[in-house]
Each structure stands twice: as structure tokens, then as C-alpha cells.
Write a protein that binds this ligand. Structure first.
Ligand code: ATP
Ligand code: MG
Length: 443
């Protein structure tokens, strides 16, 4: 158990001195019992929101979710979410309660929480209230619903995906009864908003056990992204591969850095394979699969309402993942020009993840990626030119020389850049102007 920060102790003590009960609860308790540093602290209290505001009148208080009983109090630099004990009433559509009722009972507040590991309460002296056996489950690395799993998933179907996400992030198993209910109720996820699904999905694929969880719970993930299901068990009939498309994908996800865009790109990079499969002389081919995968990823990420940057970057990486880049300055500069350094380095990471998910004898191909990386780093550190905007002259200079605005101006800049990238021309203003002038007279 990690030590409580002073700010948290202050908040709990102040509430108690004013006659209220107060505990930390949820993720912060779970993480500190696991010996990990919690990323934030949630406090649960018998004080009503307006009473909490009164207790902290000398502090900055933000009414974050006053309807649900939550206010945020800033103690020092630390924002603390303080929520009144509550019971969630009536779930009419498998998502979020219609209204909340405040209660004076800590037990009732813990009973509305999703999993036993998230329902342990601790006060500032380290006293623990554990009504549902959460501590034991944390020790045994088990995710178990508080109460009857079917009922709890029926109330709020997002809990199904939360269970799977926690399994990936924490490396816990889902307890048998809860697990059976996860599968039994998976179709209720269709009632959950795209934004909530997307946020759980990203955490799931960035988790340390992403590989296991993707394989084990593909049918649950498939309830919201059916496009992934054809990968399951799809034999590639190809000597590059030791896994079916799904396991290959899961291993690739695992090998990609745990950043949303890269892991999403890995998740979808081969999703178009089953649709582009052909077989010749017993060997499987997937012509055009990168473009097909990119198309499917674009559809899914739009449907799940991912932001444009995430969607567009992931789609671009998927589209490019199977292309070859020659190990030369010229080829790398061309790529940097057409795309960007950011895309280049991300693509190398995706390619590495893909490569490490292939048959072991092909893993040494990552050395090629390392060399490409060195070439690009060199180009960037020497500030070599690979784009028109880095040229020491611009469109205005050419207009002054007498070039027509379009299309000859654009073509001239492209030609100058090409010569500079090839080392035929120095990126120096005088030299570039002289070359442009000679070009103009030959037009
Ligand atoms: P994380 O590390 O992802 O923040 P967390 O457990 O803190 O994990 P939150 O989403 O921040 O998760 O929720 C805080 C607490 O609120 C949970 O620990 C749980 O007790 C409760 N909770 C959150 N979502 C639900 C839900 N859908 N149903 C029931 N209880 C929930
Ligand atoms: Mg949290």
C-alpha cells in the first residue's frame, strides 16, 4: 500500500472534522493496494455536494458533476474529485442511471460500483472497508462483479468492456461467473455510445496484456467491431507466418509502443486480409490488403467517433504498412517529402511490430528498419532539404523572375527540390536563383 499524499489526507481529515464520513475509493485504492502510484484520487463521502462545498469554502471548488454528486476541490496543486455516497436508480436502457439518489450508507455506495477491486474504501488512517471481498480479489488478480454479473451488465453494459479492459491493463483474469456473463451479455454493448466504447477500446489495446485479451475476448470486442471477427482462425497459408491473422494482429499490437494511434494501426493493419485472400500453388496472397484494411479502419474509427488526427494518422499508417522503402537518402527524403518525419518514424514502429509478429526467421528484417531510422535521423540532424518550404527560395521569388503563376511555378519548384534532394543543386539562394533563371530562359 502506497502512502497517501498530504493533500488527500487533508481532504479526508477536513470532512471528518466537520462530522462527515470520507474515504478514498475506486482505482486509487486498487492501484495503491497493488503497490502502484495512483494517477488520481477519488473521495467518497456522506457529505452532500453543498456540504462538501461549505467544508472547502477556503479552497477552489469546481462543480464538475454536481447532478451526480461530484465536486472537484483543488488542494495545493492536486485536484480531488469528491463524490457524495449514492445509489444509482433505474437503468432503463443498459446505460447510465436515469437518476441518482444520495445515501448516508457507505455500503450502498460500494454496492453500486462495478467490480469488487473498485469497491474498497480506505480512510486517512489506513482503515479499510471492504464489503465485497475486493482485497482478496486484488490479491488473486481477479475481476469480479459486485453482486450478480448479469444484473450489473444489464444495468450498464459498458461494464462488460470495462471488465475486459481492466483484464488487459492490470493483467488480471476475469472471475469465472463474471466471465461467462461477459460473453452472455456482450450484445448489450450495442446500446453504448461510441465515445464510451472508443475510450475503453484504446485503454484495452494499450494494456500490458493486450495480446492475450484480444485473442481471448475477440467475440466481445467483435460485438462492437464485427469487422475484426473474420480474422479469427483465418489461416494465412504463407511461409512468412506462424499465426492466423488474429493472433498475428494481437502479437503486432503487443509489439507496438503503447500509444493509441500506433496500437489502433496495429489492430487494423491486416483487417482487410480475409477479404483479399487468394491462393496459388498452395501459397496464400493478400494483394491490396493494406488499402482494404485502411478503408475498413477508416469506417470503424469514424463510426466510433475518433478525432480526425487519430483516425487519419492510423489510416495512413495502415495504408503504408506493407510498402517498401529503399535504404537510400534519396528514397527516405522522398518519403519525408510526401508524408512527414512523424509518419516516417511511426511507420517504422508499425513495421517493426508487424515484423516481430511474423515467423521468427524474418525478425532480422527489423535491422533494415533500424538502418532506415539512422538515415532519416541523419537527414534531419543535418537539416537537409526534403520539402519545398525548406528551399532557400519560394514562389514569390520565381514570380519576380517572371514565372507564370500556375502550373509552371509549381512544376519549377518541384524540379528545383528534386535537384536539391539529389545533390545536383546546393540549397543556397544565389545558386537556386541562377538555376531558376536559366530554366526560365529555356522555357
Ligand atoms: P482508471 O484507472 O481507469 O481510472 P478507475 O477504477 O478509477 O480506473 P474510473 O472510470 O475512473 O475507473 O471510475 C472510478 C470508480 O467509479 C471505479 O473504480 C468504480 O468504483 C466506479 N465506476 C466507474 N464506472 C462505473 C460503472 N460503469 N459502473 C459502476 N461503477 C463504476
Ligand atoms: Mg479513475
Amino acid at each position: 500500500m502506497t502512502v497517501l499524499p498530504d493533500e488527500v489526507k487533508t481532504a479526508l481529515t477536513k470532512l471528518r472534522e466537520n462530522g462527515y464520513e470520507a474515504f478514498i475509493i475506486g482505482g486509487c485504492v486498487r492501484d495503491s493496494l497493488l503497490g502502484a502510484e495512483p494517477k488520481d484520487y477519488d473521495i467518497t463521502t456522506s457529505a452532500l455536494p453543498e456540504e462538501t462545498e461549505r467544508v472547502f469554502c477556503a479552497y477552489r471548488v469546481i462543480e464538475t458533476g454536481i447532478k451526480h454528486g461530484t465536486v472537484t476541490v483543488l488542494i495545493g496543486d492536486m485536484p480531488l474529485e469528491i463524490t457524495t455516497y449514492r445509489i444509482d436508480s433505474e437503468y432503463s436502457d443498459n446505460r447510465r442511471p436515469d437518476s441518482v439518489t444520495f445515501t448516508k450508507s457507505l455500503y450502498e455506495d460500494t454496492a453500486r460500483r462495478d467490480f469488487t477491486m473498485n469497491a474498497v474504501a480506505i480512510d486517512e488512517n489506513g482503515s479499510i472497508a471492504d464489503f465485497h471481498g475486493g482485497r482478496n480479489d486484488i490479491e488473486n488478480k481477479l475481476i469480479r462483479c459486485v453482486g450478480d454479473p448479469d444484473k450489473r451488465f444489464g444495468e450498464d453494459a459498458l461494464r462488460i468492456l470495462r471488465a475486459v479492459r481492466f483484464s488487459s491493463v492490470l493483467g488480471f483474469d476475469i472471475e469465472e461467473n463474471t466471465k461467462a456473463a461477459v460473453f452472455r451479455n456482450k450484445d448489450l454493448l450495442k446500446n453504448i455510445s461510441s465515445e464510451r466504447i472508443a475510450s475503453e477500446l484504446v485503454k484495452l489495446i494499450c494494456g500490458k496484456d493486450a495480446r492475450r485479451v484480444i485473442c481471448e475476448y475477440i467475440d466481445v470486442i467483435g460485438a462492437v467491431i464485427p469487422e475484426l471477427l473474420p480474422m479469427k482462425g483465418f489461416d494465412q497459408h504463407n511461409y512468412h507466418h506462424v499465426y492466423d491473422v488474429l493472433v498475428h494482429t494481437a502479437v503486432a499490437v503487443d509489439n507496438a509502443p503503447p500509444e493509441p494511434v500506433l496500437r489502433l494501426a496495429a489492430l487494423f493493419h491486416d483487417v482487410g486480409k480475409p477479404l483479399t485472400f487468394s491462393i496459388k500453388d498452395g501459397i496464400g496472397h493478400f494483394y491490396g490488403h493494406a488499402a482494404k484494411s485502411a478503408e475498413i479502419a477508416n469506417e470503424v474509427l469514424s463510426r466510433l467517433k475518433f478525432d480526425n488526427y487519430t483516425r487519419e494518422t492510423a489510416v495512413k499508417l495502415i495504408k503504408l504498412h506493407d510498402g517498401q522503402i529503399e535504404e537510400s537518402e534519396k528514397a527516405v527524403k522522398r518519403f519525408l517529402n510526401r508524408h512527414s518525419p512523424e509518419i516516417f518514424f511511426m511507420l517504422l514502429q508499425l513495421k517493426r511490430a508487424d515484423n516481430l509478429a511474423q515467423a521468427p526467421e524474418y525478425h532480422s528484417r527489423t535491422e533494415h528498419l533500424d538502418r532506415l531510422r539512422v538515415i532519416a535521423k541523419d537527414i534531419l540532424s543535418r537539416e537537409e532539404c526534403f520539402s519545398i518550404k525548406q528551399l532557400e527560395i519560394n514562389g514569390r521569388d520565381l514570380l519576380q523572375l517572371g514565372f507564370e503563376p500556375s502550373p509552371s511555378l509549381g512544376a519549377a519548384l518541384d524540379d528545383i527540390l528534386e535537384k536539391v534532394m539529389n545533390g545536383e543543386l546546393e540549397n543556397e539562394r544565389g545558386a537556386l536563383l541562377a538555376y531558376a533563371e536559366s530554366k526560365l530562359s529555356s522555357l
